[in-house]
Design a protein around this ligand. Structure first.
Ligand SMILES: [Zn+2]
Ligand SMILES: [Zn+2]
Length: 235
């Protein structure tokens, strides 16, 4: 766990393509964005304990989108905390296990290291433990100190989150820094035109710190780096 700024904690591990989740502490309640790859939520529980908190302090769990790497601990965390689970309506049925995420091509693109994830989505394996959303979330909704941004393109109901006072952005899979800085993993972005628009909007926020779905957060030169990605066509 890394504290990026007061109240902003980045949780990551090597699994799920260096997937990251974010634990937000506004001084009263905890908000979690995404739930990492491991099924048991252990890494998130450890992080909550290290903050001197208990699982019941976790009030809400928001999902950026319905891809497997981000949903690992969801059911276990919901059970232990009673937190409200929130997702966009175009991802909620995937998260609830009612529909499979849309497969992507299994041809090599960008990096051979991404092939296992392309294949996983194609096969629908491994599965996550389904967990229904308690509430739907969309553009403009407040989530503790965070504002919700509908950021489609990578997937139709993809969400980003913005903490204006901290100039902190959670870009989800709209941006990745592993295996390299890129506008999301190329093979996975379902609608490139929408995604290009999303990147331009994210760049206009002029974020100081950017948490991304895969790879380490961007803590240096974040504004310039997001502008740079937004200035190029999405591959
Ligand atoms: Zn994704
Ligand atoms: Zn992902």
């Amino acid at each position: 766990m890394t504290e990026l700024a007061p109240g902003i904690h980045s949780l990551g591990h090597g699994k799920g393509g260096h997937v990251h989740a974010f634990l937000i502490d506004d001084g009263v309640e905890l908000t979690l964005v995404d739930t990492l790859f491991e099924g048991d939520g252990r890494l998130v529980f450890d992080a909550i304990r290290r903050l001197g908190r208990k699982p019941s302090d976790l009030k809400r769990i928001a999902l950026t989108h319905g891809h497997r790497s981000h949903l690992g601990g969801l059911a276990a965390l919901k059970r232990a905390s009673g937190a409200t689970v929130l997702a966009h309506e175009w991802e909620a049925d995937i998260i609830a296990g009612d529909r499979r995420a849309q497969p992507v091509s299994i041809l090599p693109r960008q990096s051979l290291r991404l092939l296992p994830f392309q294949l996983g989505l194609w096969l629908g394996r491994p599965k996550h433990v389904p967990c229904p959303a308690d509430e739907l979330l969309g553009e403009g909704d407040e989530l503790g100190p965070l504002q919700t941004l509908h950021a489609p393109g990578h997937s139709p109901g993809h969400l980003a989150f913005w903490w204006p006072e901290r100039k902190f952005l959670i870009a989800g899979d709209g941006v990745a820094t592993w295996p390299e800085l890129c506008p999301g993993w190329y093979a996975f972005n379902l609608n490139k035109r929408q995604h290009h628009g999303t990147l331009q909007r994210l760049a206009s926020l002029e974020a100081r710190i950017v948490g991304v779905g895969h790879g380490d957060p961007i803590a240096q030169g974040a504004t310039d780096k997001i502008h740079q990605l937004a200035g190029q066509p999405v591959p």
